[in-house]
Design a protein around this ligand. Structure first.
Ligand SMILES: NC(=O)c1ccc[n+]([C@@H]2O[C@H](COP(=O)([O-])OP(=O)(O)OC[C@H]3O[C@@H](n4cnc5c(N)ncnc54)[C@H](O)[C@@H]3O)[C@@H](O)[C@H]2O)c1
Length: 350
């Protein structure tokens, strides 16, 4: 059986571990590494297998894993990935894959040269809402996308500083930037405004709110706003709206996808199509909208697709390999550059 190891046993590591517990029939949970030994040790206890480490090189020497999940903070990437490439170990890496575009591009090129299977933590691409969303944007010419993600501040220390998290666009709202790219194609230019002064917290220096205007290759325009100033869910109704000439769709990521403006006949067709393709999908006409609801955990499919890819030696079903994740990093880092320079930035996927 192939061996899986983890580097980084914090918050998101625990999310992945909860999925791995259901994969014990296909993969051996062999090693867990964290700079904080107790965290690695607690993962060993939960997995009921493997060994705990604080030095990832020692773990790689002893365990000799076939695949590694890298779940470290955004500013801790680099030496881990280079070591995995050197040893030809396939890896899954959490988003954002780096805070240095030069480094991410170099790692991407070395992955390609080594022929490794990779994936990144864009689990929203595995949501059951993706299929109807893709169909909607294929059937209707999208002119405008509006997106807002307004929330609070995550409880990890590294998040509060842009130098360690990348800021809210790069660390968090990258999920929305990524899913919009996945739906309507590549962006060409961004212009971002940011503001501070609403959040008062020791050691915090990132923007409280940003708004980005975006041009896409298709000609469509988008506005994406993201804030971390909220202390209540009533602060804003976060969603992504895909607007066409005679209809629109609202995506609440990993929650619901609602289509407005379809004729009764179109609703019937969409509903029938989705239900016959996937028995677990619920599509129902709800008032004016056709409503699709998320079921299950897209993260399970995201992790399993990578693990099965490594087991079968075929990564073709992975929806967000490292090279693609570098594009979403480029998109979001371009927003930071625009904010810092006060100028629009053309996106260059070098
Ligand atoms: N896909 C998602 O939806 C999602 C959700 C949350 C977080 N994330 C991403 O996951 C990453 C980690 O976030 P988190 O909330 O788990 O952070 P965290 O601080 O809870 O955990 C990170 C862990 O990595 C360990 N670590 C750092 N460098 C290490 C090294 N060289 N060797 C071994 N361990 C090391 C730290 O000690 C810490 O325990 C971030 O990039 C974050 O953006 C993704």
């Amino acid at each position: 059986m192939k061996k899986l190891a983890m580097i980084g046993c914090g918050g998101i590591g625990g999310y992945h571990l909860s999925h791995f517990l259901g994969f014990k029939d296909i993969v051996e949970l062999a090693g867990f590494c964290d700079l904080i030994y107790e965290r690695a040790e607690s993962f060993v206890k939960q997995a009921e297998s493997g060994k705990a480490y604080t030095d990832f090189r020692v773990m790689l020497d002893e365990v000799k894993p076939d695949m590694v999940f890298v779940c470290v903070p955004p500013n801790c990437h680099g030496e881990i990935e280079y070591e995995l490439i050197e040893r030809k170990i396939h890896f899954f890496v959490e988003k954002p894959v780096s805070l240095s575009l030069d480094m991410a591009r170099d790692i991407r090129d070395k992955i390609e040269a080594a022929g490794l299977i990779t994936a990144s933590g864009f689990q929203c691409r595995y949501s059951k809402l993706v299929e109807p969303n893709k169909k909607f944007v294929a059937d209707h010419e999208i002119v405008f996308v509006e997106c807002a993600r307004i929330g609070g501040i995550p409880g990890v220390d590294w998040w509060k500083k842009r130098s360690t998290s990348g800021g809210q666009i790069v660390e968090q709202t990258i999920h929305q930037f990524d899913i919009i790219r996945y739906m309507i194609g590549e962006p060409t230019e961004v212009f971002t405004f940011g503001t501070k002064g609403f959040v008062h917290m020791d050691g915090y220096d990132t923007e409280d709110l940003t708004t980005t205007a975006i041009k896409f290759e298709s000609g469509a325009l988008a506005m994406i706003s993201t804030g971390c100033y909220a202390v209540s869910g009533e602060s804003f109704d976060s969603k992504v709206t895909f607007s066409a000439k005679d209809c629109r769709a609202d995506l609440r990521i990993l929650d619901t996808f609602k289509v407005y403006g379809l004729s009764d006949e179109q609703k019937q067709e969409s509903s029938g199509l989705i239900l016959s393709n996937d028995g677990s999908m619920k599509a129902s006409a709800d008032g004016n909208a056709l409503v699709y609801r998320e079921e299950g955990d897209a993260g399970i499919l995201c992790d399993r697709t990578f693990i099965e890819g490594v087991i079968n030696g075929d990564g073709s079903k992975i929806r967000s390999p490292y090279a693609d994740a570098v594009k979403s990093l480029t998109f979001t880092m371009s927003c930071n550059i625009s904010m810092d320079t006060g100028k629009p930035v053309k996106i260059e996927y070098k």
